[in-house]
Unconditional design. Structure first.
Length: 172
């Protein structure tokens, strides 16, 4: 098994974190990885907002009625905002690729991370825009909770891979 496959197998959604702060060098690493992610026509429509202040971090829990409780124990978050006017309908994909770079880089650095979808969800965009002072025309795709894991997650079970979702030449 190669290193990338091991990293993909290791990366799990972690929702409980210790109070240990994340070193700035690790946050910088995650951001470098995100900034290297591909985007259509290299438009780079994203902005990354690092949230560490508990006065902004804890309220992120309220951005969803479920699926956002991990911000209660996270020691940091990265909000991904994108300018849809910079590209032709690719901004969401560009942001998702950058988010995955952050998630994989976090796993590599021994951090726990969990994606929280914000775009068009239950008033979440308005809350996050207000907390992080995000102007128009930016859209918020997601917020990624970060911290040192306070829960054990086993590696992805390769026997659970759904190979029936793989097709050759056409779907049958």
């Amino acid at each position: 098994m190669d290193n990338f496959e091991k990293l993909c197998q290791k990366r799990r959604s972690v929702r409980k974190y210790t109070s240990q702060p994340i070193e700035q060098e690790k946050i910088d690493y995650l951001l470098r990885c995100a900034l290297m992610s591909p985007s259509a026509k290299r438009t780079c429509p994203w902005e990354f907002i690092v949230v560490r202040d508990e006065a902004k971090l804890r309220p992120l829990t309220a951005c969803r009625t479920y699926g956002s409780g991990m911000f209660n124990t996270a020691t940091a978050a990265i909000v991904i905002a994108l300018n849809p006017t910079l590209c032709d309908n690719t901004w969401m994909a560009d942001g998702a690729i950058a988010a995955e770079h952050i998630l994989l880089a976090a796993a590599e650095q021994g951090l726990g991370a969990c994606w929280c979808h914000v775009y068009e969800r239950e008033g979440a965009p308005e809350l996050v825009k207000k907390l992080c002072n995000i102007p128009e025309p930016f859209e918020v795709l997601c917020a990624i909770a970060l911290g040192y894991p306070d829960e054990e997650k086993s590696s992805f079970d390769l026997t659970r891979l759904k190979y029936e979702k793989v097709h050759n030449e056409e779907m049958k």
